[in-house]
Design a protein around this ligand. Structure first.
Ligand code: ZN
Length: 169
């Protein structure tokens, strides 16, 4: 038997001001859309902003439904909207932010497994992830592989992800 370890690495920042201008802008775009999320059931509003290689930013937020399973996460709303409106353009980075009027979000917010697959599949170029928590701690991953190391398809590359947890909205 052989033991194999998979390690993840991320970087923490004290402030969003420490991010480069592109990452900062992407996180701000995600914040703009988080309050428009439709989350009357979970009260967990999520906003995502996808930066495409052509410079276009596509936003998405979580959309819940009375028929719970048909709701969709912000990440997939944004990724699929990007694919529908800009077919063939690769994803360079994704910023994700979460907020709630009902409770404090004090843990980094990471994409669910399905969203990790959706983010990995379009063959994005690089991957970054920022996760500010109420303490304003900010984290950044090099790529989706840091949180999705065993992808299903060999054609995948490493997409960019950014996430922000704002605490109370
Ligand atoms: Zn998801």
């Amino acid at each position: 038997m052989k033991k194999t370890q998979v390690q993840s690495e991320f970087f923490e920042f004290d402030s969003i001001d420490e991010l480069n201008a592109d990452d900062r802008k992407l996180l701000e775009e995600a914040k703009k859309t988080v309050r428009d999320a439709y989350a009357p059931y979970s009260h967990f509003q999520v906003g995502a902003a996808v930066l495409l290689e052509n410079g276009v930013i596509v936003r998405g937020n979580n959309q819940e439904n009375a028929s719970y399973p048909i709701g969709l996460c912000a990440e997939r709303v944004a990724v699929f909207a990007a694919g529908a409106n800009y077919p063939g353009i690769k994803i360079k980075a994704i910023a994700i932010t979460a907020s709630s009027n009902e409770f404090m979000i004090d843990q980094p917010v990471a994409p669910c497994g399905a969203c990790r697959q959706a983010i990995a599949a379009p063959d994005p170029a690089s991957c970054r992830e920022g996760v500010p928590v109420p303490s304003r701690r900010l984290c950044k991953l090099r790529g989706i592989r840091e949180i999705f190391p065993e992808q299903n398809f060999s054609t995948h590359s490493d997409p960019a992800i950014g996430m922000v947890a704002d605490g109370k909205a």
